[in-house]
Design a protein around this ligand. Structure first.
Ligand SMILES: [Zn+2]
Length: 236
């Protein structure tokens, strides 16, 4: 009798294990989600960011990332630190608008096209390769590293370095001194890793250079190793 009970218990545990594994597999992402070919306003995975946290109109985050952000912002506020979101989800089309503007700007036009890609990518992503497509990443308070070196900015940055990980947020574009490739350091860019981590894993499996197209200079993505050095060039 006891043996039978144990058998049932073991079977139930095994079944629970399979259900959890199957749920994890079902959480897989689509190519469109990974490439930012999404409409956050009509997508139930996303939520509009409250005016409490941003001056921007109609900007969205992944729901789970947003809940974590709210907890983090509340914890920071208790210590007199205000975290303001200045950019969050950006679609493929929004990134394309940013990219195409830079592509024809005088300070970039002077470079031959294959090199122009690299110049723009010091700070901006190619459409289809931005973590901002995923709804998991935020830019906070200022787009200048120098802001985070003194006064309010330093207080905020030091707080983030110490506490953000407790809420799932990490600075992905850290100093390049340790050999990290890709974008320059961005003290303002923080990523919600519990979702962004699995998305990056799926990106590696599902996205190839043939998926990165439809904008000026896209033919130079492979030449510049955009996936290997930029998409994968995050904190180690
Ligand atoms: Zn960013």
């Amino acid at each position: 009798m006891i043996q039978k009970k144990q058998y049932i218990k073991r079977s139930a545990l095994l079944l629970a294990f399979f259900i959890v594994t199957a749920m994890a597999a079902a959480q897989a992402f689509t190519k469109d989600q990974l490439l930012g070919k999404i409409t956050p306003a009509k997508d139930t995975n996303f939520i509009l960011i409250s005016a409490k946290y941003t001056d921007k109109k109609n900007i969205y985050l992944n729901k789970e990332a947003y809940q974590a952000f709210e907890k983090m912002a509340a914890a920071a506020a208790k210590e007199g630190i205000q975290i303001k979101i200045i950019s969050a989800t950006r679609t493929f089309d929004a990134q394309k608008t940013i990219w195409e503007k830079k592509w024809v700007r005088a300070d970039y036009v002077k470079f031959p096209e294959e090199q122009r890609v690299k110049e723009i990518m010091k700070y901006s992503s190619m459409p289809g390769t931005s973590r901002h497509h995923w709804g998991t990443d935020i830019d906070i308070n200022s787009l200048e590293n120098s802001y985070f070196d003194k006064a309010e900015g330093k207080k905020l940055y030091d707080w983030m370095v110490k506490n953000a990980a407790q809420f799932g947020f990490y600075q992905t574009y850290t100093s390049k001194k340790d050999g990290r490739t890709g974008y320059e350091e961005e003290k303002w860019h923080w990523s919600y890793m519990p979702i962004a981590g699995p998305m990056l894993t799926e990106y590696q499996k599902m996205i190839t250079y043939s998926d990165i197209s439809g904008f000026s200079g896209s033919q130079f993505a492979a030449f510049n190793k955009v996936i290997e050095e930029y998409v994968l060039g995050i904190l180690k």
